[in-house]
Design a protein around this ligand. Structure first.
Ligand SMILES: [Zn+2]
Ligand SMILES: [Zn+2]
Length: 269
């Protein structure tokens, strides 16, 4: 059952730690671009999580493991519901990030550093340990994280690692429109498939999912008859005789007298 949200009440629900100030974090470990979904690398589990809220900001509730589907236990991360305070100059932070990202661009297409829709961030990991899918967000953040710690990446100059990460970021940036289109096409196809599925097919799928045996068993179940039950579909039989015959007769007589004394209201034409 959905919980009823009572205005501010849910904001009191925090992990009881002191608010996390962005100024205490590495500038690559959060994203507070005003036009994007706010996100942060959870200090407890080091994965990217959304920051929820408008005025009161909190790290979205999440589990330590993302592998629940593979049967891992559901354990809430202690970083869930962590209050976050933006105590940095967002515009300065943003222009600094943009400047660093522009440096990743080969000179000929530096102007291409436009912002795209940000996919839900993937786990943040140190550059050398990045595995799996490279999204625009991971590419961007890992490039920035590398630059931060690298003395040899200055301006448009990159060390070997920095160069690799810069190219990866630029590549992801270039692929983003196609990726976005692919995502949209996938959605469209899924919706079309849904519509194509006619009602009988849906029922067939449901039947397959819930197992014909279960339904059959429920249908064929012979419930024992409970004394007083009319049938298994109805409730207990309603008593037809009054419980207290004397009181019942008295009440009937009273009603009779009242009825006799009652005069029909005169209708004036
Ligand atoms: Zn966490
Ligand atoms: Zn470097």
């Amino acid at each position: 059952m959905p919980r009823k949200r009572l205005g501010r009440v849910r904001t009191k629900n925090t992990n009881r730690r002191e608010a996390l100030k962005l100024s205490s974090m590495t500038s690559e470990d959060y994203n507070v671009r005003p036009d994007e979904m706010k996100s942060i690398a959870c200090p407890d589990c080091r994965t990217w999580r959304r920051i929820m809220g408008d005025k009161v900001l909190k790290i979205r509730e999440h589990c330590i493991s993302d592998k629940m589907a593979e049967g891992e236990k559901r354990v809430a991360c202690p970083g869930s519901d962590q209050l976050v305070v933006i105590d940095i100059d967002v515009r300065r932070w943003q222009s600094e990030q943009n400047r660093l990202l522009r440096d990743a661009m080969p000179p000929e297409n530096r102007r291409a550093a436009q912002q795209f829709y940000k996919p839900l961030p993937a786990p943040a990991a140190p550059v050398s340990r990045i595995k799996g899918k490279v999204t625009l967000e991971t590419a961007r953040q890992s490039y920035l994280a590398h630059r931060k710690g690298c003395a040899r990446c200055v301006g448009g100059q990159h060390c070997t690692d920095g160069g690799i990460l810069a190219r990866r970021y630029v590549l992801a940036l270039g692929q983003e429109p196609a990726r976005r289109e692919a995502r949209a096409e996938q959605d469209r196809q899924a919706r079309r498939a849904e519509r194509r599925q006619s009602a009988p097919a849906v029922r067939k799928a449901q039947w397959a999912r819930y197992g014909g045996k279960v339904v059959e068993a429920a249908n064929n179940r012979c419930a024992e008859r409970v004394p007083g039950m009319v049938c298994e579909f109805g409730g207990p039989q309603v008593p037809l005789a009054p419980q207290n015959v004397e009181a019942h007769d008295r009440r009937q007589a009273e009603l009779g007298k009242q009825y006799a004394a009652w005069k029909a209201p005169v209708t004036v034409g």
